[in-house]
Each structure stands twice: as C-alpha cells, then as structure tokens.
Write a protein that binds this ligand. Structure first.
Ligand code: ZN
Length: 181
C-alpha cells in the first residue's frame, strides 16, 4: 500500500502506539489501514456419483481444474458466496450446502471454506472464468491437473469419506505453496 484510500496522501509503515505490529498509517488523516486475511468460499458440487470441476480460464493456474470457489464479496454470507461462485464459474445451481473443509493458508493470508453441495440436475456450463466444466467419476479425476492443494485435499477427503457416508468437517493448515508442476 502506498496511498491512503481515505484522502489519497502517502502512507507510512510503522507500529502505531498501543499496537504490536506494523500497519500502514496515513501521514495526513492518520487513518490506520488494517489488512486481514481474505476468505475464499467454494463448493464441491455432487451429482449422483459425479463431481463437478471447472477448468480455469484465468490466472493463477490457468487451464488447471478446480472446484468452483472465489473471494467473498462484502455483505455476503460464506454460503451465499459459495453458491454465487458456483453459478458464476459453472452456471450450476447447488443446494443442501454443508461445510466440509476449512484451510488456513497463512503464507498468502487466505482461509478457504468449501461446502459439499448437491446439484439437483446435471445442468451446468462454462462461466466467464472457465474454459470447460465437466462431471467427473472418481476414476477420471485429473489429479495431475488440479489447480490448488486445497482442491486436491478436499477431493481426497471426499472419496475416502464417501465410503463410510460420514463427512466430518476438516480444518487443516497449508503452510507452503506447492511446487510448480
Ligand atoms: Zn489519509
């Protein structure tokens, strides 16, 4: 951050009085610009035995496969954000959302929240951010072309849990970015 979003003057990075970490503080209006992690909400859309995946048309990880997910917007709930992203990326309407995986990614200051969700009908298509959207059998999942470790881990858990029919919420930390494949 270089300029104050309140008044447009320069900001400086220092520890404000009474605080314990550096913040961007406006040299003019004294506004302290707190920066906090962002939440990424998404769905694991299920239709019968099949899983819906999207091929990304945008960076990062363009052309890799992902579950529909994206940054929450202001004024949304996490569940609404997950449904909206599923509509935007896969033109699919999902219901019966159940929180399934939560990933802390402190190195990039993000928190992922992925919901299991039911596709009522196999109706979907490529949204603006997707090259392709397809339903996959477990045996056809493109494991080597998945976009992010959060997606890979969610799918791994799902196929194990599906055998028992029990889907406990998983909370995990991912502390390093994966090596470029
Ligand atoms: Zn200012």
């Amino acid at each position: 951050m270089k300029y104050c979003s309140q008044c447009g003057k320069l900001v400086a990075l220092f520890i404000p009085t009474g605080d314990n970490r550096p913040r961007y503080v406006c040299s003019h209006c004294q506004t302290i610009h707190y920066q906090n992690p962002k939440i990424v909400a998404g769905c694991l859309p299920v239709y019968k035995e099949l899983i819906l995946l999207c091929k990304r048309a945008i960076e990062p990880r363009k052309s890799f496969w992902t579950l529909p997910a994206g940054f929450m917007e202001l004024g949304e709930t996490t569940l609404q954000a997950a449904q909206r992203e599923t509509w935007e990326e896969a033109l699919a309407t999902v219901e019966q959302l159940e929180l399934y995986t939560v990933f802390n990614l402190p190195h990039i200051s993000q928190v992922y929240m992925i919901f299991r969700a039911q596709l009522k009908e196999p109706k979907f298509g490529s949204g603006e951010e997707s090259y392709d959207v397809q339903l996959f059998n477990e045996t056809d999942i493109p494991w080597q072309q998945l976009a992010f470790p959060t997606i890979e881990k969610t799918l791994q858990h799902y196929f194990v849990d599906r055998q028992s029919g029990s889907f406990p919420v998983r909370v995990e930390d991912i502390t390093q970015s994966i090596k470029k494949r």
